[in-house]
Design a protein around this ligand. Structure first.
Ligand code: HEC
Length: 190
């Protein structure tokens, strides 16, 4: 008789415990742990970002190199394109190939042409950071319209006196603009 009483009591306590807030809270707390699947996803994202960053750095070396080369080899004549015009044409070709997007922006407060103005918060902030003296600024955007992106910026500076032929108010070393890159991470997840 006594035993039965104990068993019933134990059962009631067990039911109370299982339905109590502490149990629920504990379960919720356990749920908030990262699951193995999520750890794997996080690891592959870290790798994808590292790969994209490497590709971006290599691309930037090339763009920066020919901007200076074109300015250094500047001659007057009909149909001569300046460094920025050619860079924009190269960016168009790269974008058509579906690799990445890039634009040149002016760091001037009021760019003469609207195409050199920042178009979103990232670009506004990137200009501030680059003008503060940093040579690189990046941010990763996850699930932005369903896709992941590495966005980064590097300065476009007056690297040669030849820039001054057309930009006489500047001096060597001045930052005149930034390149704003958008690298889709998709192909770097492989
Ligand atoms: C042949 C003349 C010429 C040379 C040399 C030249 N530029 Fe330019 N650049 C231009 C013209 C023209 C524009 C577009 C004008 C505008 O923005 O109103 C321009 C625009 C720019 C812009 C974007 C817009 C802005 O006003 O900030 C940047 C940045 C720039 N140049 C940087 C450079 C740098 C850096 C060099 C040297 C490596 C250089 N340019 C050499 C002619 C030249």
């Amino acid at each position: 008789m006594k035993d039965k009483f104990y068993i019933v009591n134990l059962f009631i306590i067990l039911v109370l415990l299982l339905t109590s807030d502490t149990v629920v809270a504990k379960k919720r707390w356990q749920d908030s742990f990262i699951k193995p699947k999520e750890v794997a996803a996080e690891k592959s994202a870290v790798k994808a970002i590292a790969r994209a960053r490497l590709a971006l750095e290599e691309a930037d070396i090339l763009h920066q190199a020919y901007i200076t080369l074109i300015a250094e080899n500047f001659t007057t004549g009909p149909g001569v394109l300046n460094a920025v015009d050619i860079t924009e044409k190269v960016f168009e070709i790269v974008e058509k190939k579906g690799k990445y997007k890039a634009r040149i922006l002016s760091t001037a407060e009021k760019p003469l042409l609207s195409k050199y103005a920042p178009r979103d918060d990232f670009e506004v902030y990137a200009i501030k950071i680059i003008l503060s003296g940093k040579s690189y600024y990046e941010r990763v955007f996850f699930d932005y319209d369903g896709k992941d992106f590495l966005r980064a910026s590097t300065p476009v500076s007056v690297t040669t006196k030849k820039c001054l032929v057309c930009h006489p108010t500047k001096k060597v070393g001045d930052i005149m603009g930034i390149i704003s890159y958008t690298f889709p991470l998709e192909e770097y997840y492989k």
